[in-house]
Design a protein around this ligand. Sequence first.
Ligand code: GLA
Length: 638
Amino acid sequence: MQEAGVNLVSVGIFSWSRLEPSEGNFEFGWLDRVLDLLHDGGVQANLATATASPPPWLAHRHPEMLPVLADGVKLWHGARQHYCPSSPVYRDAAKRLVTAMAERYGKHPALAMWHVGNEYGCHVPACWCDVSAAAFRAWLRERYGSLDELNAGWGTDFWSQRYSSWEEIIPPRRTPTWPNPSQQLDFMRFSSDALLECYEIEHEVLKRATPEVPVTTNFMSFFKPLDYWKWAEREDVVSNDSYPDPSDARSGMRAAMAGDLMRSLGRGRPWILMEQTTNRVNWREINVAKAPGQMRLWSFQAVARGADGVMFFQWRQSRAGAEKHHSAMVPHGPVESSTTWRDVVRLGSELGRLDAVRGAQSRAMVAMLFDWESWWALELPSKPSTRLRQLDQVEAYYQPLFEANQLIDFARPGDDLSSYRLVLAPNLYLVSDEAAASLEAYVEGGGTAVMSFFSGIVDPAEHIRLGGYPQPFRKMLGLDVIDFLPLPADHEVALRFGDGALGRGTIWSEDIVLAGAESLATFSDLPLGGRPAITSHRFGEGTAFYLGTQPDPKTMARLLELACSSAGVEPTAEAPAGVEAVRRWARGKSFLFLLNHRDLWVDVPIARAGTNLVDGSEVHAGLVRLGPRDVAVIGEGW
Ligand code: GLA
């Protein structure tokens, strides 16, 4: 570990059955030894609470703690994460273990951070068992207060679903056709909250025992089942696990996007890349290895996007068990001949030179609204088009801005947006009155917004907002949408811009009537030929752009460039294609990260001289050369 520059290790994540081999009998000797060894070697511990995989004895004695799927199938022990999030048996046992851990290790000098559970919801994000049903009812009573309110909120007169007692209510189990959408949406909220309660139980024990020790749990990038806005509020440090597919050309962009999300979830605080693989994973159909330099590049990318730590799953590649073919820092074979080990050692020493970057902040001028509830609601079945997927839409915005080196923060609808010059709202299908009013006020006060079709359609109950689509944004956008005309799967519509430029739209079209907005582009094909497709509207002091279709990538890039220039948003740097440029600031200093995603040499123009912290070399104003997948972190003006 010392050779690799390791200074923080996650310990004990899946060791409950070792720590408590039978009910109430704890065996800590082996962990004492590990923590002492780490401490003696100058390595700190991110100590896990070990509750992500209950021991077989717990499931054997209390099978009612096992999770059940929507169609009644029970998930048994023998893998991991086999617990019903609402199970009092699981929760009590977890609390007992964490209490014992906190007592034993709260004062251990190696303890730097607590790692609660692991990847909550990764395999079992929800449970439909009877215990969960009772917990769901309790959650609903809290939310609605009365059955009348619940019946109204769920629109239960439709299809004769009116409830006459709380006991009749169940989670949305397998039904003949779509279960009630408002019920499904509430079940998603409940399921995220149920797991958050598990985290909270442990968090409370740890905070009482060791108030000064930071607590985290590892996120999984854009993980649909958990509302990470709510979760991140309960963490001292946001941490993330990132496993981009090396065989997918969009992976670099996606990893950047996940990094931006983590920074935003922590409200700008530095985060930790908790897990990545050194090389291959074991869980795709084909586990393509990272290309030479890719692990280093993606590690630096995380730091560029706000991480102050880079870690791996896993230290030593195991000999047995389900993950023995997953790469590790220490491979099965001899380290001397391992390129992975060589890369790990190099990364460790290079990261060791970035101390000055710690705590540095980013300054994004662009925010993208992102909301888990809207994502859940948008992708519930029975919509105009199932081809409308939240993350595709987010990426359609993110990709061209990533390529143009525009830094993006993610924002929760309803957040104060006043520090941003440009706000993007890809398909904000569900929106609360407050969030809609906050976006409207932002534009009215001088902000620029870009919004896509099928936004502002429902309220938080998933009920249509009546009064014309998109009801809460009609004034801001200066238009009315008369109806939606989703496009068949392989269909495109032609777009014509005022300046004669042409483009194409996919997924969606709609019948727009202007009410103050101007048309930037029209549909050129029937049935909407000549009608507005893309519009802009001066509203108060600001401008709102609207997209009534999904423009092709080039057109999207052009539109976002227009929005950026009209909002006065500048890119971080002008860099050649494939070079990512991101800046962080700390204590009056700035750090320019240059990341070459291509496997070619590139010359990047540099405005300010400085020092490349990665190798200590001096960088002169002019051009800096980067090799294939090479990186530079330039302390500007040093
Ligand atoms: C997740 C888990 C790890 C391991 C890796 C494999 O991130 O947290 O325990 O299973 O996936 O990629």
